[in-house]
Write a new protein. Structure first.
Ligand code: SAM
Length: 199
């Protein structure tokens, strides 16, 4: 894990990081899962699904260049209650510059208990996943589910996807699944699923 601080956010805000996103897709398409950042419309739908009480935080996993981060802030999540995790160092740097006040963690979402500050355990209202889990084998999907459960017991997570049906085999993963939003205003059109631990 490495925590990042913020310097000048001007340039990062202006260009939105589209070039950086494309370069990362060319370098590692499976890790990125998309050629372009998510749309503002998808971001608004995700922001509307956030659940957060009192001093709980929202954790965004796989924040990329911040398309969803921006929408979460615009949707009312205070910067000091937003934690974003991104594995690619250049992107984490970009996020730290673009979003002053947001806690940016450069780390691996599959190792969340190590990556997140210990004080956040059990204080996560909503976890949002932008990582293309559908492309991963089920043992890695299990690791992801266990990592979220370790830091946000019982809360589950939101996952946005281009799949028409559930991108995760939820029964095999011990989850319940519900598609809570869809928008054609994304390239490609996207759905938002909410998964929670079953029983
Ligand atoms: C589909 S992009 C989403 C980016 C952004 N949230 C958006 O919607 O435009 C997936 C992002 O997840 C990041 N990522 C992939 N694997 C990760 C991991 N294990 N831990 C943290 N971030 C990861 C990638 O680097 C990439 O930025």
């Amino acid at each position: 894990m490495s925590g990042l601080t913020i310097e000048d956010g001007g340039a990062a805000k202006r260009n939105g990081g589209v070039g950086l996103f494309l370069r990362r897709w060319m370098a590692n398409p499976l890790q990125m899962g998309s050629v372009v950042p998510s749309s503002p419309a998808l971001g608004r739908r995700i922001a509307a699904l956030v659940e957060r009480r009192g001093d709980e935080v929202v954790v965004e996993l796989g924040a990329g260049t911040g398309a969803i981060t921006r929408a979460l802030l615009a949707g009312g999540v205070p910067a000091e209650r937003l934690v974003v995790v991104e594995i690619v160092p250049d992107m984490a740097q970009h996020l730290a510059r673009a979003f002053p006040g947001v806690t940016v963690v450069q780390g691996d979402a599959f190792a969340l208990p190590d990556a997140l500050p210990a004080a956040l355990r059990g204080r996560i209202g909503t976890a949002i996943c932008g990582i293309p889990l559908v492309l991963l084998p089920i043992d890695q999907q299990r690791r992801f589910v266990a990592a979220v459960e370790a830091v946000a017991p019982g809360r589950g997570f939101l996952l946005y996807t281009y799949c028409i049906t559930s991108p995760l085999p939820w029964r095999a993963l011990g989850l319940t699944a519900r598609r809570e939003a869809w928008t054609p205003l994304n390239l490609p059109p996207a759905s938002v699923w909410r998964y929670r631990p079953a029983g």
